[in-house]
Design a binder for this molecule. Structure first.
Ligand SMILES: [Zn+2]
Length: 158
């Protein structure tokens, strides 16, 4: 990183700070040559590749907007959606890849959404997984039922 004032190729980090959402680190740097300070922002790039092959930067807002429709009329708050988007981003970043296919983003949404609201999940899944028949819904619902039974069984008595 060149000093933006004198183009000296070395700089010293004097302060590092994690941004509020944890998605970036701001570093205060000082140039040992001219003594001036400047800031750099370090972030991991994450590109979503659409079916058309066009890439665009990952956006939590897009996740929220995509899920909001499925949550219409459901007891889901904006905070819930923000948390869900954060969870989705974390799970995608955990894959360690700089690029992800759009349908993989859809799949990453399904898990957290299922925990959040089962009806919204079914609506969302029916679109993303191209449900074509009642059988598709029945299959998805029986998975939800099995999970509920499992959760109930895992609950400690009393
Ligand atoms: Zn300098």
């Amino acid at each position: 990183m060149y000093c933006p004032f004198c183009r000296n190729p070395n700089s010293r980090v004097v302060d590092s700070r994690l941004q509020d959402d944890g998605g970036a680190i701001r570093r205060r740097r000082q140039c040992p040559e001219c003594g001036r300070r400047f800031t750099t922002v370090e972030t991991t790039s994450l590109t979503v590749v659409k079916r058309s092959g066009v890439g665009e930067p990952f956006s939590r807002m897009k996740i929220i907007n995509g899920v909001r429709k499925a949550c219409q009329g459901r007891p889901v708050t904006d905070d819930d959606l923000a948390l869900l988007a954060q969870e989705v981003e974390e799970s995608i970043r955990a894959l360690g890849s700089a690029e992800i296919q759009a349908h993989e983003v859809g799949l990453a949404i399904l898990g957290p959404l299922r925990k959040l609201d089962q009806v919204a999940y079914l609506r969302f899944a029916s679109v993303y997984q191209d449900f074509e028949s009642l059988e598709d819904f029945e299959a998805a619902i029986s998975v939800l039922r099995a999970e509920q039974a499992e959760a109930a069984a895992a609950k400690p008595e009393g």
